[in-house]
Design a protein around this ligand. Structure first.
Ligand SMILES: *Cc1c(COP(=O)(O)O)cnc(C)c1O
Length: 228
């Protein structure tokens, strides 16, 4: 059986190969380990193997693991959809939020970021798959949303994030990621973050400029949501 350290090594090789194929510095692509449904012990093992950025989708689950792992210097990223009543805990317990798609959520995160902490890093989620996807702001809403978010003191706009419709077609994968890259370039050349690419499409995302790839399955194995 492969260990988490083996999986991490194999994944880092995939990221390196994809970056080199795209003529990019492999160090410009960072790995976000997505640990939803996986126990704190697996995160501890992965940290020992060298991973330090952890992505979680569900607030209560994340808070439990953070408490168990408080002794580790991890950077926590919230990557799930955000309900208004969860913003205070997210603003208090995370360093990054990847899926902000409306102003009200950004305003609450900004207001609720504890005084004395660095502003919360945020990415705006954009819907690059048209009607097929319900989350993310539309490309035409993006410029006004970004301008409004930039004015908020408690958050720092870093870039854009997308979850395109899953497909095995490499050209279609790249087309969706290229759209996000072009939106970022048009929005503000000073923004430095493209959060895009998961286990099945990270090569296409890196070819189109991903700076964070968010990887669960290729690291931790398939997720078992268990009996409910
Ligand atoms: C679960 C999840 C991932 C990881 O997906 P894998 O296919 O398991 O690599 C990445 N991003 C988001 C937003 C997720 O919810």
């Amino acid at each position: 059986m492969s260990t988490l350290a083996d999986n991490l090594n194999a994944l880092e090789a995939r990221i390196r190969d994809a970056a080199q194929a795209a003529g990019r510095d492999p160090a410009s692509v960072k790995l976000l380990a997505v640990s939803k449904t996986k126990p704190a012990s697996a995160i501890r093992e992965l940290h020992a193997a060298g991973a330090c950025d952890i992505g979680e989708n569900y607030l209560q689950e994340a808070l439990g693991k953070q408490a168990e792992l408080a002794d580790l210097p991890l950077t926590w990223h919230f990557i799930g959809p955000i309900q208004s009543n969860k913003t205070r805990a997210i603003a208090e317990h995370f360093d990054w939020v990847h899926a902000v798609d409306r102003l009200k959520i950004a305003q609450r995160l900004s207001e609720q970021r504890p005084a004395g902490r660095e502003p919360l890093n945020i990415c705006l989620q954009v819907n690059v798959s048209g009607e097929a996807s319900k989350s993310g702001c539309s490309p035409h809403e993006l410029p006004a949303l970004a301008e409004a978010v930039k004015a908020l003191p408690g958050v720092r706009l870093r870039g854009l994030m997308a979850i395109p419709e899953p497909t095995e077609d490499r050209a279609a994968q790249e087309q969706a990621f290229a759209q996000l890259r072009e939106l970022l370039e048009r929005l503000d050349p000073a923004l430095d973050t493209l959060s895009m690419g998961m286990s099945h499409d990270l090569e296409a995302a890196i070819a189109q400029g991903a700076t964070w790839v968010r990887i669960g399955t290729a690291l931790f194995g398939a997720r078992d949501y268990g009996p409910v």
